[in-house]
Ligand binder design. Sequence first.
Ligand code: NAP
Ligand code: GDD
Length: 339
Amino acid sequence: MRTALITGITGQDGSHLAEFLLDRGYRVVGMTRRRSGGALDRIAAIREQIELVEGDLLDQTALTRTLERVQPEEIYNLAGLSFVPASWQQPVATGEFTALGVTRLLDAMRLVCPTARFYQASSSEMFGKVRESPQRETTPFYPRSPYAAAKAYAHYITVNYRESYGLYACSGILFNHEGPRRGLDFVTRKITHTAARIKLGLEDELRLGNLQAKRDWGYAGDYVRAMWLMLQQPQADDFVIGTGEAHSVAEFVEAVFAYLDLDWRRYVIIDPQLVRPAEVDLLVADASKARRILGWEPEVSFLELIHLMVDADLALVRNQLRTPRAEHRSARRRAVGVA
Ligand code: NAP
Ligand code: GDD
């Protein structure tokens, strides 16, 4: 039985990846931060099948002890502050978790389990103000937020530990991926969840920022398969993962409201406060290297993703309407897509 350690197991990707690895017979250990309560909702359904260890990307000693205790063969580093606007509010914390946290973990791996395989959750946000379209592994980075700058550091330190110490360390440059477990602040889930509430008569407006921004949106379940595939190759390498299709926020809104048989123009309000200090206008992936070497293809299309998310949010909101106050906790679990 192989052992995988996942940092960020309580997040969208961590929960999907844990399920994917359990299905393949892995011993799955998740690293979680000490907190005053709750927030294991996304992994509630698999809680008995996984182990959790406490640790924090800020604490070198804790990381070293975690690796000594778990002795993982595969390490998936998914932890970090992932909401881009928050990185302008907390630029230093972003650098600590998302940039230096990766050095801490890589260095602990170098000393404790140098033969393990390491996956770093890099991001298409690193391409920022893009130099070419579509973006591929060789496209230069132009970060447009403290988040993206921290991810660019993390990407290069992963490459550097591979080249300096011969570690098996990969960086997956993943484009936006979504699903019913997406946090409510991210634009796709904000749209599907608010639209479902509008449909059921609970809201009458949806406030958004820049509708013209374009993203390459895929389904999170497809993307965790790519992470795993990267760690099964004879040699460590970096891969762009995305669908190759770009859609604007406006197109996403239109498709969601059309599916619900609503006219989006009646509900959407542009709120200048939601416009970012520096925007990333267009991201679209050239994932041909992943297709060629990993044999990876996305299975869920743009419209299928939208229908999946809207259906889940309609079910969630209907359930909440039926849920007495005492059952709020299980309603919260459903809010992150866990039945
Ligand atoms: P997410 O749902 O926000 O999950 C983030 C995870 O990181 C949570 O489990 C969180 O734990 C944990 N975390 C945050 N700070 C930590 C710290 N200091 N120590 C330990 N754990 C910490 O994000 P996601 O969508 O699953 O994304 C996973 C990773 O992929 C992130 O690094 C993100 O930046 C990157 N990424 C995501 C996408 C995407 O489209 N989803 C695309 C490219 C890259 P708590 O529960 O304790 O908060
Ligand atoms: N969140 C949000 N809320 N975004 C909005 C809104 C709004 O009300 N209105 C318009 N947008 C636009 C943003 O300006 C951005 O251009 C786009 O919608 C997508 O925003 P998010 O869903 O917040 O995602 P992101 O692209 O900034 O970042 C996500 O993808 C990255 C990969 O490219 C996150 O998951 C990052 O962690 C990830 O690295």
